[in-house]
Design a protein around this ligand. Structure first.
Ligand SMILES: Nc1ncnc2c1ncn2[C@@H]1O[C@H](COP(=O)(O)OP(=O)(O)O)[C@@H](O)[C@H]1O
Ligand SMILES: CC(=O)N[C@@H](CCC(=O)OP(=O)(O)O)C(=O)O
Length: 304
């Protein structure tokens, strides 16, 4: 290759980077000082034989958002990691409408996987990326209180209320709270709560400006699992209500969409469903004009 072609090539790459920066800058200004709740689904991590799987690009994205002044809270799941551990312990796994039936031994597996594996791993990854992450659980200081709603589900709760005081204090002091979704009932019982639900309730209690769910699909599909399946790039809460009423949602999408509807009804202005397995999914969503995944707005004409 001639010297001119090489110089040309370097110039083009530098110009591409300059274009990316130019596109990102207004979005950086727009999001500085805003509060973002990111729900990191266990499905966005690929579990390995020895651990829950790692994702340094996610950690670097979170650290970058923090460095430009975004107040970030990470709420994580770990469903596949819990199932893997339960399987090793010889425990049977049963899900009802996207929620795990949880008896006492299963609750121990949930605690081991979330508090012993996934939470410390995410805290370490974000810290390694240069940002001050702090591991917390819904049970800490009773910040997420839950109600045992269905005896058939066992030690499973639904969020009753969130006290955001501790989270605000951590955000005010420049920390990134990373929350595991074990919660407490009024009589002091620790319960397993679906992470989508906790993320939505935390976003609402914090008055967050954006709620992002990272999962293992490109976004929300109409006619999911059929040849007519289509990705929705933008959708209003009204359409989501219709999908729930028409039983169009299955498995893990049920708690996700229900919690997004509740969060937007509770004042969170926008939510996103993104494929967390895509490198830099969050940055692509926040810092590009086109965005990726599915954007959910209270109404079609709501501000972006
Ligand atoms: N309409 C839909 N659009 C996209 N995914 C759907 C839909 N309905 C059900 N799903 C399922 O929801 C899953 C994501 O939920 P879940 O397994 O709970 O992930 P996570 O661990 O990220 O919370 C997808 O892998 C997909 O199989
Ligand atoms: C009650 C209930 O279902 N709790 C979930 C908590 C983890 C979770 O929600 O993980 P994902 O976000 O990866 O699905 C569970 O036990 O799997």
């Amino acid at each position: 290759m001639s010297a001119e072609v090489l110089v040309d090539d370097r110039l083009k790459r530098a110009q591409d980077k300059a274009r990316v920066l130019q596109e990102a800058l207004p979005w950086m200004t727009r999001w500085a000082g805003q509060t973002l709740v990111v729900k990191y689904g266990g499905n966005a991590l690929t579990p390995t034989e020895t651990g829950p799987g790692e994702d340094p690009s996610f950690a670097r994205d979170i650290a970058l958002l923090h460095s430009i002044g975004v107040r970030v809270v990470v709420v994580h799941g770990g469903g596949p990691q819990i199932s893997q551990l339960a399987d090793r312990l010889g425990l049977e796994t049963t899900f009802v409408e996207g929620r795990r039936v949880t008896d006492a031994p299963t609750l121990q597996a949930v605690q081991m996987a979330l508090l012993g594996q996934v939470n410390p791993m995410l805290v370490r990854m974000i810290s390694d990326a240069g940002a001050p992450a702090v591991g917390v659980a819904g049970t800490d200081s009773g910040q997420v209180m839950a109600i045992q709603h269905d005896p058939r589900m066992g030690l499973v709760g639904r969020v009753d209320r969130v006290d955001p005081t501790l989270l605000h204090q951590m955000l005010d002091s420049g920390r990134i709270p990373v929350m595991a979704t074990l919660c407490t009932t009024a009589d002091g019982q620790t319960v397993n709560v679906n992470a989508d639900e906790v993320a939505g309730a935390v976003a609402q209690a914090l008055g967050a400006d954006k709620l992002i769910y990272l999962t293992n699909v490109a976004g929300l599909y109409e006619n999911f699992g059929t040849p007519a399946s289509t990705l929705l790039s933008e959708v209003g809460v009204g359409r989501l209500r219709q999908m729930i009423a028409d039983d169009e949602l299955v498995t893990g999408m049920i708690p996700k969409i229900a919690s997004i509807v509740a969060a937007l009804d509770g004042g969170v202005p926008q939510a996103h469903l993104l494929d967390g397995r895509i490198e830099h999914a969050i940055l692509l969503e926040i810092f590009t004009d086109a965005g990726v995944g599915t954007m959910i707005l209270p109404s079609p004409d709501a501000p972006r």
